[in-house]
Write a protein of this length. Structure first.
Length: 91
């Protein structure tokens, strides 16, 4: 009999980050999640700073799963997050 493996719950604010910003990243770019926006920003700053040491991410998104909205950031040298302008999808 196989034992069931329970996946950890994903909090309201999901954080994605990567090197090259491509539409096919998806779950592979998931880094962490947090229950509040403030906690998500704190995690995002840690991820951005750590990426400067080893992974070299260039972008980061915080997705509010409840509102189905996201905020996107560029990761600058020194692990600084700079919010990107919102892009509208063409119809």
């Amino acid at each position: 009999m196989e034992s069931e493996v329970k996946a950890p719950a994903v909090n309201r604010f999901a954080i994605f980050a990567g090197r090259v910003h491509l539409m096919n990243g998806g779950a592979r770019n998931f880094r962490d999640s947090a229950p509040t926006k403030q906690a998500a920003m704190e995690l995002a700053v840690k991820i951005a700073k750590k990426s400067q040491e080893s992974q070299f991410f260039s972008w980061l998104q915080i997705v509010d799963r409840a509102k189905e909205k996201y905020t996107e950031y560029s990761i600058l040298r020194g692990g600084i997050l700079k919010e990107r302008e919102k892009q509208e999808c063409p119809e």
